[in-house]
Design a protein around this ligand. Structure first.
Ligand SMILES: O=P(O)(O)OC[C@H]1O[C@](O)(CO)[C@@H](O)[C@@H]1O
Length: 247
């Protein structure tokens, strides 16, 4: 893993955007794995800005989102489809038919999980996966204890994840209890991974990732076995001054 330690959230977003834009320009048919949550919002804003200023095109780009809440329709403001349209897709020239997000439909979620995994494979998988991390080490919605080999599946969200995400809802009560998520095995098949970490509330998770053992109790630890991971972390998360290290 390569870690780039930057000053703050804005610099993290800027550096992340530079990396993503470089990969898109190198491969205009790239398949991007996308994350939601607070962490990548600044990155998406930078991608939109670059598209407007420099006309980087997404005409041939395909995207796969990591996860979706179960029970929220795509037009619900808290659904991840809504989030992606609002922060990115509505502002770039991507073809919406090339943007895939797991369905949060309650009907037959097991089949939907299988269909999403089949789709990922049939489209050739993800070239560059963008990730955030939960304070408990979750990636996507893969909570501690998720098998490392897991593929797209249904999860029951932990109380800590629901509490952390309640800030996007009117109340904790409204946060769905279940979600559909790409598995750790699905994420690990990506050719390249870009993990973004910002804020002092993520410092323990970053330390555990860097110093702790590889264990299913800390899902992100599996990333240490991936051959091509870049972490961009800000000073609040690393607790040290900006520099770059190869681990
Ligand atoms: O970026 P945030 O909002 O801190 O969330 C961290 C992670 O948690 C999730 O939002 C899921 O709870 C992921 O999608 C995200 O990467």
């Amino acid at each position: 893993m390569r870690i780039l330690n930057v000053a703050n959230y804005d610099e993290m977003s800027q550096k992340a955007a530079e990396l993503v834009i470089e990969r898109i320009r190198r491969n205009p048919h790239i398949s991007l794995g996308l994350a939601t949550g607070g962490t990548p919002v600044g990155l998406y804003a930078q991608l939109v800005r670059d598209h407007q200023l420099n006309h980087t095109t997404y005409q041939h780009v395909t995207t796969f989102n990591l996860d979706e809440y179960l029970g929220l329709s795509s037009d619900d403001p808290n659904s991840y489809r809504y989030f992606m349209d609002k922060h990115l897709f509505d502002h770039i020239d991507i073809q919406k038919t090339n943007t895939y997000i797991p369905s949060g439909d309650f009907k037959n979620p097991e089949q939907q999980s299988k269909d999403y995994e089949d789709l990922l494979r049939s489209k050739g998988g993800v070239d560059l996966q963008i990730l955030g991390i939960g304070s408990n080490g979750h990636i996507g919605f893969n909570e501690p204890g998720t098998p490392f080999q897991s593929e797209t599946h249904i999860v029951e969200l932990t109380p800590s994840t629901r509490e952390a995400n309640a800030r996007f809802f009117n109340s904790l009560h409204e946060v769905p209890t279940h979600a559909i998520t790409m598995g750790i095995g699905s994420i690990m098949r990506s050719k390249e991974i870009l993990l973004l970490i910002s804020g002092d509330q993520k410092r323990d998770a970053l330390m555990q990732l860097l110093r702790g053992e590889i264990t299913e109790n800390f899902p992100a630890s599996m990333l240490k076995t991936h051959p091509n991971v870049t972490i961009i972390a800000d000073e609040a998360a690393t607790g040290s001054h900006p520099h770059s290290t190869k681990l």
